[in-house]
Ligand binder design. Structure first.
Ligand SMILES: *Cc1c(COP(=O)(O)O)cnc(C)c1O
Ligand SMILES: [Zn+2]
Length: 417
């Protein structure tokens, strides 16, 4: 395949050393993370709003800014999820201009992880890798399993054994090898690093991480395009490893750098569950040293990463942009899920509840102003974490198939409301 004129090399985030575009992810000298680097001058000359607008409505319409050599071969239909104006939720929160970026309806596995896996597996195929794998808190496993199935790749997904049944089922159905580990996500992740060293597989979030992580930028690109080729003033993002947050930050900067948007001020906010909040705790303690959480304890399992790989960079992105982080309890998460559902008709998973609840707090304490544009990133679907709300939302009224019973039910309902 041809060499991309846009994607030039991998580069260490710490020392800037350049590396070949292989299945590698850490610098040999200082163990800094490797990141995809591009020739922005060439991209700026080639790319335009019109050119992008004319392309198919998927995340690949920004392919000049993605780390593969040729055309996408996996996940061609992923992305371009709706950015909706959330009028009723805005009224409830007392803000003027609120939007939901709804990745709960991403194709095909209903979370933003379809983006990262599309890039990682497209690159894995270019590198001739035949078996792909991941350490996952659930959604990544679903996306790897589905995309590997459609690409005809072998796959292994490793997960903590206490995940939601729906997240497990949504991997198994694709015929992948699901391995449940009796331990925390951090232990699963460590095991994956060891396996990657032994087997030469492509672990999307280990040795393919530089490619995987870049996929997250497309969430930011889409927000900017759908917002009318502008940057929203405030963006709230849920954090597990912190990668998505750093990549939306990178995406906004890249769009400005290649001239697709004006370089206007923006702030990025991170959201976590209090039961696993290493990044927001560090921000609140005014330090960039992230203290690991050894026993995460929250219903937001998709965000339960006690040792967040990109925590430090996420903190820097929030501080540089004048943003901050917040966290919320499990009760507040359930409240956030219900609020979003009842005001906007969107059923988000626990991570979405975290985003809504933390945004609500940041607005209430005056940290996010009420009169500027705000985007909330909803990253996964509620059908995968139904147990979170099952006890709270009541049960259907059961009657016999009789008009009389229905009419008396209506009377009862009127009396109780
Ligand atoms: C993985 C995930 C995130 C964030 O992941 P990062 O590791 O911070 O990039 C957010 N929401 C959902 C639903 C996820 O599955
Ligand atoms: Zn380095």
């Amino acid at each position: 395949m041809d060499q991309s004129p846009f994607f030039s090399h991998l580069q260490c985030r710490e020392c800037g050393r350049k590396y070949a575009k292989d299945a590698i992810h850490v610098c040999e000298f200082d163990f800094g993370p490797l990141e995809a680097a591009y020739d922005y001058e060439v991209i700026a000359k080639q790319i335009s709003r019109d050119k992008i607008s004319a392309r198919p409505r998927s995340m690949w319409r920004y392919r000049e800014l993605l780390p593969i050599e040729g055309e996408a071969t996996v996940g061609q239909h992923t992305g371009f999820t709706p950015l909706i104006r959330a009028q009723r939720l805005a009224e409830h929160l007392g803000v003027r201009e609120l939007y939901i970026k709804n990745d709960a309806v991403n194709y095909p596995t209903l979370s933003f992880k379809d983006r990262v896996v599309s890039v990682a597996l497209s690159r894995a195929k270019e590198l001739g890798i035949q078996t792909v794998a991941c350490a996952s808190t659930g959604n990544l496993a679903n996306a790897v399993a589905a995309h590997a199935a459609s690409a005809g790749l072998h796959s292994f997904v490793l997960i903590p054994s206490d995940l939601e049944p729906s997240k497990v089922l949504n991997s198994l159905v694709f015929g992948t090898n699901v391995v449940a580990i009796e331990g925390s996500y951090d232990q699963v992740n460590r095991l994956c690093s060891e396996i990657a060293g032994n087997h030469g597989w492509g672990f999307v979030n280990v040795n393919l991480r530089p490619y995987y992580a870049e996929g997250s930028k497309t969430l930011g690109f889409e927000i900017a395009e759908q917002f009318g080729w502008r940057l929203p003033r405030h963006t709230v993002i849920p954090m597990a490893s912190g990668s998505l947050l750093t990549k939306v930050h990178k995406a906004y900067h890249e769009f400005a750098k290649v001239g697709l948007v004006d370089s206007t001020e923006f702030s990025i906010y991170g959201a976590q569950a209090t039961g696993c909040s290493p990044i927001s705790t560090a921000i609140k303690n005014n330090t960039d040293t992230v203290r690991p959480v050894s026993k995460p304890n929250t219903i937001a399992k998709s965000l339960s990463i006690g040792t967040p790989a990109d925590g430090y960079y996420a903190i820097r992105a929030m501080q540089e942009t004048g943003g901050t982080a917040e966290d919320c309890t499990d009760r507040e998460i359930v409240g956030g899920i219900r609020l979003l559902a009842e005001t906007e008709g969107i059923f988000a998973e626990t991570a979405g509840g975290v985003t809504v609840a933390c945004a609500k707090k940041l607005i209430e304490i005056g940290r996010i102003p009420r009169d500027e544009s705000i985007v909330l990133c909803i990253t996964g679907h509620g059908l995968k974490t139904q147990e979170a709300v099952a006890e709270e939302i009541g049960r259907p009224a059961v009657i016999r198939p009789s008009l009389k019973e229905f009419e008396s039910l209506l009377e009862q309902l009127a009396a109780t409301n």
